[in-house]
Design a protein around this ligand. Structure first.
Ligand SMILES: [Zn+2]
Length: 268
């Protein structure tokens, strides 16, 4: 696995925010830029995305699609500020936002609440509900969303009182140039990894916060994975990285892995 600042020719991931949702001075909430040969996607839009994106120097037409895995604020809290940036930087290209269906109307209402109606933006903005198991086909890239149990306990507790709240959450599999890349986003159980790891993956971008590390790492060790990029570490793991690295190394054996920091870019 390589980590470099200018690895822009092959497919790569840039980590804008590897945080876990708690306030942190040294990492931002979830946001990742996946660049494949012909298609560039933003996966989640946590707080801080706007400034992190500006720092890349990339064009504001560079992002082709936005995927929102679920509606926790650390995954969607920076969306309206990012869209305000696209407006002010005079983006021209159409943009599609893919998100769990039950939350789309609320997100559109939020853009209105933040004074970003469609006619102001200056570029066509489209909305598409994520459908479990359906392959989205983009230029040179297929993306499939798989539901996770991340919000199931919250759904159980809150849905009766808040029927309009969206409790769906998704992981993603990217297929491009003969490679499978998987991104867990937030999961709820190791079972959520099954559809991602049913076939070999070149790279797994994997959270380490919501599932006990022992069973999670054991599942990874037994799976056909080329490399693991760990993100979204729970605070107990982030606060002692040498111990966390030792734990992961012990469980994964020779499987290559890295713990990502904000701003880092990795080849896929
Ligand atoms: Zn979450």
């Amino acid at each position: 696995m390589s980590c470099s600042a200018d690895d822009s020719h092959g497919a790569n991931i840039r980590c804008f925010g590897v945080g876990d949702g708690w306030p942190a001075a040294d990492r931002k909430p979830s946001s990742f830029l996946f660049r494949f040969r012909e298609t560039t996607l933003l996966v989640d839009c946590g707080d801080g995305l706007s400034s992190a994106y500006k720092a890349t120097g990339l064009s504001y037409d560079a992002v082709d699609q936005i995927l929102i895995s679920h509606f926790h604020s650390d995954h969607v809290g920076g969306l309206s500020m990012f869209l305000q940036g696209l407006w002010l930087e005079r983006r021209q290209k159409p943009l599609t936002i893919h998100a769990p269906a039950a939350g789309l109307a609320a997100l559109q209402a939020w853009l209105e609440a933040t004074l970003l109606p469609p006619e102001l933006l200056g570029f066509p903005l489209h909305w598409r509900p994520l459908v479990a198991g359906e392959a989205l086909k983009f230029e040179g890239l297929n993306v499939t969303a798989y539901p996770t149990a991340h919000l199931d306990s919250l759904r159980h507790r809150l849905q009766p009182r808040y029927p309009a709240m969206c409790f769906d959450a998704f992981s993603f599999v990217f297929e491009a140039a003969g490679k499978r890349i998987a991104h867990t986003a937030d999961i709820g159980t190791v079972e959520d990894l099954k559809p991602l790891l049913r076939q070999p993956v070149e790279v797994l971008v994997c959270e380490l916060a919501h599932v006990a590390a022992g069973p999670l790492l054991k599942t990874l060790a037994d799976s056909p994975i080329g490399k693991v990029i760990f993100i979204h570490l729970g605070r107990e793991f982030w606060s002692d990285l040498p111990a966390t690295e030792a734990l992961i190394r012990r469980e994964l054996g020779a499987m290559p892995f890295v713990i990502a920091r904000d701003g880092e870019q990795f080849a896929l």
